[in-house]
Structures are given as structure tokens and as C-alpha cells.
Design a protein around this ligand. Structure first.
Ligand code: FES
Ligand code: FES
Length: 182
């Protein structure tokens, strides 16, 4: 099969890849570009492990063909931290015990980042809806949800924004302030 060059922005860096047109974005990221932070779980669009941001929207990279990202912006989990400084969502996952295995966590974090970019102060229902496509059968989702709440309300508190979500938000804000003090 004839190869083609696909040009896109990966984590802010202009990137050109020579690839067969039937390869997935996930294959290109992991196998060609060696960005292995994005994981493969099912390979069929069901588990969310391969979630990346395509022009700021979460997509399952196993279902995106490489040519589809021509001229677009891709953000992977490798693109979140700034040097040694974790992205606020990563930091909250670490501090709130939201980290699970290395397969599901990157996708969970990318879905959370996408949520907070479009809705900086989500309520619990909105958080659970946003990560509904990120599957883990090993444990509950409570610590993940709490981590996303803390990330959201840490940012909201820093910006002086009022919390619209009552007790859940208050709990998260309390946790956030504990984290900031410690
Ligand atoms: S590996 Fe892409 S959704 Fe499961
Ligand atoms: S799939 Fe990662 S902890 Fe369950």
C-alpha cells in the first residue's frame, strides 16, 4: 500500500509522519513516534484507554485513521506536564489516589482535561458522564471523580470563582485547600 506523509501538531510540535493510510492514530503515536503514554486496551473503541485530544476534543485514537489528523492538533498525556510541573489534573490524580493502572489512567486523565477545558466547574454527574467512556473493571471510580473535582475547584478557588455545586464542590474545595497547605 502506498504511503503518504501526514503533517500535524503533536503536543505543540509540528510533526510529519510517513505512514500507510490505513494505520490508526494510535499505531502512529505508539509505534512510529514512540509516544507510548497513550495506551491500547481493546483496539475497538470500547475502553477509552487510547483517549487523546484532537483539536481539544477527546477521541479514541484507535478509531482515528492517521490521515484524518492532517493539519490538526493532537494532545497526548505526554503533552500535559510542563517540565517537572504536572498538569493540575495529573497532580490531583496523584494526590487524591485517582491513579490506577498504567493502561486506563492516561485515557481517564485526557478525558478529564477535555472536560475541564470546556466546563471548568463540572458537577459530579457531569464528571461521571465525561469519563463514562473510560472503562476500568478493577475498582470504583470515586477517587477518580474526587480527583477531577479537586482539580476543578482548585483552579476555581485560585480564580476566585464561586462554586455552583454545593456539598460535593465544598468537599473538593476542602480537599484542595488541604492539599495546598500540606
Ligand atoms: S484501545 Fe481505543 S478505545 Fe480501547
Ligand atoms: S483498567 Fe486500569 S486499574 Fe482497572
Amino acid at each position: 500500500m502506498a504511503k503518504l506523509v501526514v503533517s500535524f501538531e503533536l503536543n505543540g510540535v509540528p510533526t510529519d509522519v510517513l505512514t500507510e493510510p490505513n494505520r490508526s492514530l494510535l499505531e502512529v503515536l505508539r509505534d512510529t513516534l514512540e509516544n507510548t503514554g497513550t495506551k491500547e486496551g481493546c483496539g475497538t473503541g470500547d475502553c477509552g484507554a487510547c483517549t487523546v485530544l484532537l483539536d481539544s476534543r477527546p477521541v479514541t485514537a484507535c478509531l482515528v485513521l492517521a490521515p484524518e489528523v492532517q493539519g490538526r492538533k493532537i494532545t497526548t498525556v505526554e503533552g500535559l506536564a510542563r517540565g517537572a510541573k504536572l498538569h493540575p489534573v495529573q497532580k490531583a490524580f496523584v494526590e487524591q489516589g485517582g491513579l490506577q493502572c498504567g493502561i486506563c489512567t492516561p485515557g481517564m486523565i485526557m478525558s478529564a482535561v477535555a472536560l475541564l477545558e470546556r466546563n471548568p466547574t463540572p458537577n459530579e454527574q457531569e464528571i461521571r458522564y465525561a469519563i463514562a467512556g473510560n472503562l476500568c473493571r478493577c475498582t470504583g471510580y470515586d477517587k477518580i471523580v474526587r480527583a477531577i473535582e479537586v482539580a476543578a475547584y482548585s483552579a476555581a478557588a485560585q480564580n476566585g470563582a464561586a462554586s455552583p455545586n454545593g456539598q460535593v464542590a465544598q468537599t473538593a474545595k476542602t480537599e484542595a485547600s488541604k492539599t495546598e497547605v500540606s
